[in-house]
Design a protein around this ligand. Structure first.
Ligand code: ZN
Length: 258
């Protein structure tokens, strides 16, 4: 099992307009580095697409795409080519927000993490021990009063959450779905990037984070489905985010648009 990115290494505070203890725009280093290049993100994922309540989050294991390859990313500050492995979420509760990163001092309702593994390494477990092993894309989800769902991909997933309320329950997400469907219409050219560390004793720095500035808006009634999930003790699985950590002089980069 792979729990590391959900509980152990997320959560540097980021803000570009100030705020208590957070990185300000003068601290985020603006650089004109390349945009992220997405390959096979436009291809249908093979079925079945499985989502499981693992007691920490709703986790989707990503299959190959319909050309027999994985969806993968390059560019940005990524030290190599990284294949999409899994998707999971961090959320709050009916009266709290649950994103792990703060942008402009704002915590969002939900944060989606798309976990990628460097193609140099055979498994996620091996990659998580290497400094260039993992890359995670962070996408902020914002609950809005609207009743109308315009985000096709995420709504398909959120519609299935009632099937994974119990710990260790699984469900399949039927129909054609691409990685681009998960990203929706966010502008992927605007993002922050930094190297995050594990909290294991050796503090290996294995994750290159890419956190998009743009957020996805979803009806609040859809976001509310996360709050019904239960953990291994049958208690509400809420607020499954790690509190932001001190920056410790770690550089956070912000992509500037050329
Ligand atoms: Zn996570």
């Amino acid at each position: 099992m792979f729990f590391v990115p959900m509980v152990a290494m997320d959560g540097w505070m980021m803000a570009d307009d100030g705020g208590g203890g957070m990185v300000t725009s003068s601290q985020a280093i603006r650089k004109p580095f390349p945009r992220i290049r997405f390959t096979n993100y436009n291809r249908a994922l093979q079925s079945p697409l499985m989502m499981t309540n693992n007691g920490h989050t709703a986790n989707i294991v990503l299959p190959l795409t319909n050309n027999g390859q994985r969806a993968f990313i390059e560019g940005g500050l990524l030290p190599g080519t990284f294949e999409a492995q899994s998707v999971h979420f961090h959320w709050g509760s009916a009266n709290s927000r649950g994103s792990e990163h703060l942008i402009n001092g704002q915590r969002y309702d939900v944060e989606m993490h798309i976990v990628h593994k460097n193609v140099r390494y055979a498994t996620v477990a091996e990659a998580s021990l290497r400094s260039d092993g993992l890359a995670v894309l962070g996408v902020m989800l914002q609950a809005v009063p609207s009743l109308i769902s315009t985000h096709f991909g995420l709504n398909r997933i959120l519609d299935r959450l009632p099937q994974v309320i119990e710990y260790q329950s699984s469900t399949t997400i039927a129909g054609r779905l691409t990685m681009n469907d998960l990203l929706g219409d966010i502008s992927t050219g605007r993002f922050y990037s930094y190297n995050g560390s594990l909290t294991t004793p050796d503090c290996a720095e294995s994750v290159t984070w890419t956190v998009f500035s743009d957020s996805v808006k979803l009806p609040r009634r859809q976001v509310a489905k996360f709050w019904d999930l239960l953990d291994e003790r049958s208690l509400p699985l809420i607020n499954n985010y790690r509190n932001p950590q001190e920056i410790n002089g770690r550089p956070i980069f912000q992509r500037t648009l050329i």
